[in-house]
Write a protein that binds this ligand. Structure first.
Ligand code: FAD
Length: 346
């Protein structure tokens, strides 16, 4: 048994803490619950296969983590009895016209043989989109991916923390004091990684999401995640309640106050995608997404007893279950599915 001190209790730190504690180590987490924590604000889409991003190391990480998700969630729910909001109702990617839909179908479908967890992949007409998502605009055709899913960041975090405590971990809600470190220190401090003033340099983007309710909504079934035009997505957060996002802003500020401008922009999008519905605001969420220089997560030692997990970017909720498992295995000296050195350049 070894000792670990984990600084940061967002999804990256909590997943690593859970996996280390459940493999028998003595683990303490310090989390100061900063406003703007990315995990709390996250929309929680787990659907890496439809992205146009071509980076192979990134794709391997998110693909393997999406594959790991069902077992990981089942174990966590069994151990804690808590619901994480994980659901797989599929995803619909929308496209401007039939030609782009057809090209996208070929691109997405080509990933299926290597990722059978995607399930069925098929083109869906405007009418089918309406059948699956009755209040959504019928303007656009789509591609449906059966394995697409979602999870609630805050609920997953609660379950991970409960599982971690069950495995004997200690969770301290406070700023980390280096004098209290025991064993290997793992920094998983998200956007606040800049405070460590070490490599890799961490910067962040501020993202905002609008949560709203359809006042006249009468859906009785859950709806798939929607990857709308451009970088816009729509996720169901409760029956007839959705989140639409997101805005992206490179910033050095740590303010997590919603901006009037982004609120107006997102509200305009909500009306565009639900043109026949009466929309009632629920809340705006603001999160600070951490990035490294090349938009890849960093997982590695920066000194003998200091390890860093950061730069989880826009897909950290997808990647973190596997990251936690793989880092724990790596630190245990066990074999890993990923080559950790792929993620530990400086
Ligand atoms: C609006 C939004 C939507 C998103 N949508 C998706 C999505 O659909 N799918 C997906 O896969 N990903 C999504 N993401 C990305 C994902 O949420 C992030 O990549 C992930 O949550 C980052 O987790 P983290 O643990 O690295 O950082 P965080 O969740 O920010 O946690 C860092 C924690 O460290 C703590 N901390 C920092 N310094 C200290 C210190 N010195 N002492 C103690 N504690 C400290 C902070 O208080 C904080 O709690 C989204 C993000 C945002 C903002």
């Amino acid at each position: 048994m070894a000792s670990f001190t984990i600084v940061g209790g967002g999804i990256a730190g909590a997943s690593t803490a859970y996996h280390l504690a459940s493999s028998g180590h003595q683990v303490t987490v310090y989390d100061r619950a900063d406003t703007g924590q990315a995990t709390d604000a996250s929309a929680g889409i787990i659907c890496p296969w439809v992205s146009q991003r071509r980076n192979k190391k990134w794709y391997r990480l998110v693909k393997e983590s999406a594959k790991y998700y069902p077992d990981f969630i089942a174990r966590l729910q069994e151990e804690t009895g808590l619901d994480t909001g994980y659901r797989r109702e599929g995803s619909i990617s929308l496209f401007k016209d039939d030609h782009i839909q057809s090209l996208a179908y070929d691109r997405i479908r080509s990933k299926q043989p290597d990722a059978p967890e995607m399930g069925e992949v098929r083109m869906v007409s405007r009418e089918e989109v309406k059948r699956m998502h009755p209040h959504l605009t019928g303007l656009y055709p789509g591609v449906f991916v059966e394995g697409g899913g979602q999870v609630k960041g805050a609920s997953l975090l609660k379950a991970l923390r409960a599982g971690f405590l069950k495995h004997g971990g200690q969770w301290i809600t406070a700023d980390f004091d280096a004098e209290k470190a025991e064993g290997t220190v793992i920094y998983a401090t998200g956007a606040w990684g800049i405070e460590q003033d070490t490599d890799p340099k961490i910067r962040h983007q501020r993202s905002e999401v609008l949560h709203f309710r359809l006042k006249d909504g009468n859906n009785e079934n859950h709806t798939p995640v929607v990857m709308a035009l451009g970088p816009i997505y729509i996720v169901e957060m409760g029956m007839n309640q959705y989140a639409i996002g997101t805005t992206h802003e490179d910033t050095e500020s740590f303010s997590a106050e919603p901006s009037e401008e982004n609120y107006e922009y997102l509200r305009g999008l909500a009306h565009r995608y639900f043109p026949d519905s009466e929309i009632e605001d629920v809340k705006m969420m603001v999160g600070l997404k951490p990035y490294t220089r090349d938009f890849l997560p960093f997982l590695g030692h920066i000194e003998k007893d200091v390890f860093v997990i950061n730069g989880m970017g826009a897909t950290g909720l997808t990647a973190s279950p596997l990251v936690g498992r793989e880092v724990a295995r790596h630190l245990n000296g066990e074999g890993t599915t990923l080559d950790i050195s792929d993620y530990s350049y400086i």
